[in-house]
Design a protein around this ligand. Structure first.
Ligand code: HEC
Length: 421
């Protein structure tokens, strides 16, 4: 793998990686709302037709359709934004991903655009068009957003389980890696949960309904919460893939993801109980609690994914500092640099080490800077701790420099601590 060295993007306000994961989380939530919302809308259309209940269709047109269309557009825009941010924060990784999967990412983008066009046509024609045409347009929306989810999921799953691709170099092996099935299953379930929450809020807020109308709507929405009972299985599958690759140590995300999965199981049980009991619907406070649980779990899951596979950490190929394993070995084996004994040059080199190995995740000043994080450490602690970075924080790559470089980095840190710039 022959990748060029590229400049590093630095901000003082926030860790570049934080910018990237915020965009990625926004993108994931919007995309999931669009996909799940499309499925929910289809369920309403089908039931409305079968039961001859105009209210079900009315709800889709007034509440669901505008929401999922906005979500799909937001997903498209934030997806492009996340990709641009990846190119700034981790240019080498985005080059690698682009080179391998450009066709897939391009197809996913076109597919969402197709979905958005179908969704807009559906929304504008929904009141007048005959059933066949409405179903065709809604089907186009679901197909477009669904295929895009599948494509993007393939690239994301590749980051979690790149082993087969590393062995064969075939992009399909990357996309169809071990993480794809459990990861996709979690996403689809989470999409349904988000759409159900949005739907239930819509039922609460829609004007001019009586209690039996609201019950009818809510009970159709509860149906899509029942599959959430499969969440623990999908989560165990995903953690199995990730933990296996990382060695026997349990992932730091096992607990939060496990709790979120358990929450999903409870939600599924609650929805089933309400459906069986027949005459009740979730009250307002339950809807609020459910919304917090579902959105919270979705954010936890996205954060976990970002940490488990930072976009620039491709196991065995590219470390999270943008260096290949061979380059790390070369750096470590390099002959110690001559020590001129001139402190100024040592500090200069320390600054350079920071730029090369740390700057993509730590600004050189401010809250996320190493200076702030190590404020209370003395020289001995700095030397000792920085030598085993990956033990301090599982999301950090191992220190990739030589011993003299570590000393230079510490010299620069101490110098800036004394007010040097
Ligand atoms: C891939 C991203 C990444 C890279 C590269 C990286 N770090 Fe970090 N580092 C983190 C994250 C995430 C944390 C968690 C603390 C936080 O929220 O800022 C962290 C925390 C730290 C801490 C505080 C640890 C603790 O337990 O208190 C130190 C010290 C640190 N990094 C030093 C470095 C040094 C030195 C380098 C370069 C040689 C480096 N890091 C490179 C992501 C990174």
């Amino acid at each position: 793998m022959d990748l060029p060295q590229l400049p590093v993007f630095e901000t003082e306000l926030l860790r570049p990686q934080t910018l990237l994961s915020s965009l990625a989380i926004l993108h994931a939530l919007a995309a999931q709302l669009a996909v799940g919302g499309g499925i929910l809308a289809a369920l309403f259309e089908v039931r409305g037709e079968r039961w001859g209940e105009p209210l079900l269709r009315e709800f889709v047109h007034r509440a669901l359709a505008p929401l999922i269309l906005i979500a799909a557009v937001l997903a498209l825009v934030s997806g492009v934004g996340a990709w641009l941010a990846t190119s700034l924060v981790a240019p080498r990784a985005s080059l690698l991903l682009g080179r391998e999967f450009i066709w897939l990412l391009g197809a996913a983008g076109c597919s969402v655009a197709f979905g958005v066009v179908c969704g807009a046509a559906y929304l504008s024609r929904a009141r007048t068009a005959p059933a066949r045409r409405r179903w065709l347009l809604l089907g186009g929306f679901i197909l477009g957003t669904g295929l895009a989810l599948l494509g993007v999921e393939g690239v994301l799953a590749f980051r979690l389980s790149p082993e087969e691709w590393v062995r064969t170099g075939d992009a399909w092996d990357g996309v169809l890696g071990a993480a794809l099935a459990p990861s996709l299953a979690r996403r689809v379930l989470s999409s349904l949960a988000l759409a159900a929450v949005a739907g239930l809020i819509g039922v609460e807020r829609m004007q001019g309904l009586d209690e039996s109308d609201r019950r009818l709507l809510a009970r159709t929405i509860l149906v899509v919460l029942v599959p959430l009972a499969l969440m623990p299985m999908a989560t165990i599958g995903l953690l199995g893939v990730v933990t296996e690759a990382d060695g026997p140590a349990p992932s730091p995300w096992a607990l939060p993801l496990g709790l979120a999965a358990l929450g999903s199981l409870l939600v599924a049980g609650g929805a089933l109980a309400l459906l069986v009991r027949g005459r009740s619907r979730p009250g307002r406070s339950i809807v609020v609690g459910l919304a917090a649980l579902v959105v919270g779990s979705a954010v936890i899951a996205e954060r976990a994914r970002e940490t488990l596979a930072l976009p620039y950490d491709i196991r065995g190929v590219l470390y999270a500092n943008g260096l290949t394993p061979e380059e790390v070995d070369l750096r470590r084996a390099a002959r110690p640099r001559p020590r001129e004994g001139v402190a100024r040059e040592e500090i200069q080199r320390g600054r350079q080490v920071h730029r090369e190995l740390c700057a993509r995740c730590h600004a050189s000043r401010g809250r996320s800077s190493i200076q702030e994080l190590t404020r209370s450490w003395d020289r001995e602690m700095l030397i000792g701790n920085l030598a085993k970075l990956h033990r301090l924080q599982p999301s950090m790559p191992p220190f990739a420099g030589s011993d003299p470089e570590l000393e230079e980095l510490v010299a620069w840190l101490l110098w800036t601590r004394d007010g040097g710039r």
